[in-house]
Design a protein. Structure first.
Length: 447
């Protein structure tokens, strides 16, 4: 079993142990495929903007800033997309972590519509960017299904359908348990909600295509360079790295679930939660087609949810919060065993299927379970996607770049927040996650 993301084997040069792990500018017709073009020369010791982190957020921001004429340096301590940007399930979902009813209850209908609308716009922007940059990442408008784990959950989905139509003007369909095999090949669930607006992509191919687009726009992306200190000096920032010091007029922190003590205030705003995925061997065509007959993305209604999809080479990717701890060799193997048992519970006829891949990554949660972007300690930031990061990270990366460039005031965006508050009694080490995990397991038993 390979203990690294399946997606890494779909991009030349990403397999662990490969010699070619550096960003290349790529073939414009297929930016996910490395080409023998060198990186552009490194800028001088000073940049207009220094971006920390080469995931969706940082690369989308770098592309936008470079297109506006700024000199941009992106520093990544690992390699392009090494974190959640190449480890996620590739589900491009409508909505946010907070369900529509909670949004309305917490913020009222007007603001709830504004926040929900950001998710809608982020998917549209993702689709436009992929088309504009000709990024070959297998993007498709597949739609998604949310499966009811219990009969009462299907009743809740019926209420959600009505609320989405009345308050948000967003149409979804319900499919009863009797008819659900048209959407999902199992009897484990009690009906499903279908949302046609969601999509799917290959996350590793997308992040590398986005990196190539940023480089073509004029940004410089440097991998294998860790930031060790960020310090304000007069009108600019001095940034110490493992490759020497650089200075910049502005700094954007785009580290999300991998934020460290280099930016301590931001670290105390994000809670990194482990999310894990297994991938089966390629399944027979008829069996793969029966799992999700319409090729949709899928997740269920538990707090400790499962999410799954079928890849283009007929593997079932099956993920969930099997462990809340950060991924390590022991937690990944333990999570893989838990997820395999969950997969068999949902799809019993896959009991003999071989597991070819198992991996994990960090998802960044915030105190209010919403993404945020703004200024903290004088540095720009965007993150906290709570598991809905592909389209939202792309969107917020571009939007915070526009703000850095002076194009977009903070008041124009409902997720901009210059008062992002740290979590009380939290120093960046999530000591409370075992308690949270136990609480959610308990809720899944009683609700």
């Amino acid at each position: 079993m390979n203990e690294y993301p399946y997606w890494w084997d779909t991009v030349p040069g990403l397999r662990p142990g490969s010699e070619n792990l550096e960003l290349r500018t790529g073939n414009p017709a297929n930016p996910a495929t490395p080409a023998p073009s060198p990186q552009p020369p490194a800028p001088g010791p000073r940049s207009d903007v220094l971006v920390i982190g080469a995931g969706y957020t940082g690369l989308a921001a770098a592309r936008q800033l470079a297109r506006s004429g700024a000199s941009v340096l992106v520093l990544e301590r690992e390699r392009v997309g090494w974190g959640a940007s190449s480890r996620n399930g590739g589900q491009v979902l409508t909505g946010l972590r907070l369900d529509p009813a909670t949004l309305v209850r917490r913020y009222g209908e007007v603001r709830a519509r504004q926040v929900f609308g950001v998710g809608e716009r982020s998917i549209a922007r993702l689709e436009a960017l992929i088309a504009e940059e000709h990024i070959d990442c297998e993007y498709a408008r597949t739609g998604h299904v949310q499966a009811a784990w219990k009969p009462a959950h299907f009743d809740a989905l019926r209420d959600e359908q009505a609320l989405l139509a009345r308050v948000f003007g967003h149409r979804v369909e319900l499919v009863s348990r009797a008819d659900q095999r048209a959407e999902i090949g199992t009897d484990r669930y009690h009906g499903v909600l279908v949302d046609e607006r969601s999509g799917a992509l290959n996350p590793a191919r997308y992040v590398h295509g986005l990196a190539a687009a940023a480089v073509r726009a004029g940004a410089c992306v440097r991998t294998g360079v860790a930031v060790t200190r960020v310090q304000r000096e007069s009108m600019e920032w001095r940034v110490a790295t493992t490759d020497g010091d650089v200075t910049a007029r502005n700094v954007l922190v785009a580290t999300n679930g991998y934020t460290t003590g280099v930016t301590p205030s931001l670290q105390r705003c994000y809670v990194p939660v482990g999310s894990y995925i297994i991938a089966t061997e390629p399944l027979p065509p008829d069996r793969a087609a029966a799992i999700l007959p319409r090729g949709r993305m899928a997740f269920d209604s538990k707090n400790y949810l499962y999410y799954f999809r079928v890849t283009s080479d007929r593997r079932l990717l099956f993920g969930g919060r099997a462990e809340f701890a950060a991924p390590r060799a022991d937690t990944t193997r333990r999570a893989a065993a838990i997820l395999r048992q969950g997969m068999i519970d949902v799809f019993p006829d896959l009991a003999a299927a071989r597991i070819d891949y198992a991996w994990g990554g960090n998802v960044a949660f915030t105190r209010d379970q919403l993404p945020h972007a703004g200024v903290l300690d004088g540095m720009f930031y965007a993150g906290g996607y709570c598991g809905h990061g592909i389209a939202m990270a792309t969107h917020l990366g571009e939007q915070i770049a526009r703000r850095i460039a002076g194009e977009s005031p903070a008041a124009e965006h409902p997720l901009f927040d210059d008062r992002f508050s740290t979590i009380p009694l939290y120093d960046g080490r999530p000591w409370f996650l075992p308690l949270v995990g136990a609480y959610y397991r308990f809720l899944d038993l009683i609700t």
